[in-house]
Design a protein around this ligand. Structure first.
Ligand SMILES: Nc1ncnc2c1ncn2[C@@H]1O[C@H](COP(=O)(O)OP(=O)(O)O)[C@@H](O)[C@H]1O
Ligand SMILES: O=P(O)(O)OC[C@H]1O[C@](O)(COP(=O)(O)O)[C@@H](O)[C@@H]1O
Length: 318
């Protein structure tokens, strides 16, 4: 995974403001008291851009933002030095509600559908991405697909951008993931639940997850990473197969952990690291991210501490 052009572009079709509600003992169907509320810019590609920025490569955010809520995202772009090539749509980006119960550690996500994308806006996005492909070698296509955009959008973009020599990563779910996988991106990162939906069978243990991940890899996807929350992640490529287990860490919110893992994988692979190092580094980065709400990268010293605590297990041929 060594693109000729250094820049990374993340594409977020369905950006979100994440409203985190801290609610000890949260119970569905009951009256609950919220003790703290924060609003942070989110959406998978926005988070990946925030985690990757500040490294050795230029990072650009593309996709759509509601113009009324754009200032929150623009502040993040300024703070992290992210180039803003997001197109503006009338209205506000969705607000996704994240209920965090620190007593149980559970996080409940209520993700809204988001703004409908008009046809002209999608055409304009295609032109923007074509232009960005002239100067950027890696594209990350992440998150749900909003109304107005065909479910095969990531497949279309994967083919189009790979034809221009770009490395393409996809992190999505459901129908968009099914289509994208058929277009063989260079890297996919489903979580175990999304992978189970994709292969249409329950995956009840790490062995079953590994078997399904190998099937995807054998189908032509160079790097398959399957995340499993506190149980770590599986990494499968031509270089071999590993499971990385994070140590127990302090958790403010698990929202964005998958995006941190994607950013960590890309940073390591684009720097030319092998699979084992990539798995260890990205797992340490994702675990370090959990201490803060929102797309705040962990301090390098914290990642260095966690690196030594990640346990690596080679996966047999199974
Ligand atoms: N509670 C946790 N403790 C330690 N690491 C975690 C925890 N939750 C997530 N992670 C790390 O973040 C990665 C991605 O988290 P996960 O929840 O599987 O992603 P997604 O948000 O895409 O479902 C995991 O593979 C793991 O490395
Ligand atoms: O586009 P989707 O699938 O609704 O996901 C959007 C949500 O995912 C996030 O990007 C977090 O994703 P992860 O927890 O998988 O890293 C949130 O910021 C956002 O609210």
């Amino acid at each position: 995974m060594r693109p000729r052009k250094p820049g990374v572009v993340t594409v977020t079709l369905n950006a979100a403001i994440d409203q985190t509600l801290e609610c000890p003992g949260f119970t569905a169907g009951a009256v609950n008291r919220v003790v703290a509320e924060t609003r942070t810019p989110g959406g998978k590609g926005i988070n990946v851009a925030a985690f990757l920025a500040g490294g050795t490569r230029p990072v650009t955010a593309a996709g759509f933002l509601g113009e009324d809520s754009a200032p929150l995202f623009e502040a993040l772009f300024r703070e992290r030095g992210i180039q803003d090539r997001c197109l503006r749509l009338p209205g506000s980006s969705r607000v996704n509600i994240k209920v965090v119960d620190r007593t149980s550690g559970a996080v409940t996500d209520l993700n809204l559908p988001g703004l409908r994308v008009p046809e002209e806006a999608l055409d304009a996005l295609m032109k923007t991405l074509d232009a960005l492909a002239e100067e950027n070698g890696c594209f990350v296509l992440s998150g749900s697909v909003p109304a107005g955009v065909p479910a095969n959008i990531y497949a279309t973009l994967t083919e189009r951008l790979r034809a221009k020599g770009a490395v393409v990563a996809v992190d999505t779910s459901g129908e968009p993931l099914r289509h994208a996988v058929a277009a063989k991106p260079d890297f996919v990162k489903p979580n175990a639940h999304e992978l189970s939906e994709l292969v249409a069978r329950p995956l009840t243990n790490a062995g079953e997850v590994a078997r399904a991940a190998r099937e995807l890899h054998a189908g032509g996807i160079g790097l398959v990473v399957v995340s499993m929350g506190a149980d770590g992640a599986l990494f499968v490529s031509d270089d071999g197969a590993w499971r990385a287990l994070p140590p127990p860490v302090e958790v403010a919110s698990t929202v964005g952990a998958g995006d941190a893992l994607v950013a960590g994988v890309l940073a390591a692979r684009l720097d030319g690291h092998g699979l084992e190092t990539c798995a260890r580094r990205s797992t340490a980065f994702a675990a370090g991210k959990l201490a803060k709400v929102g797309p705040v990268p962990p301090a390098p010293e914290r990642v260095a501490e966690l690196l030594c605590a990640v346990r690596m297990h080679p996966l047999g041929q199974g």
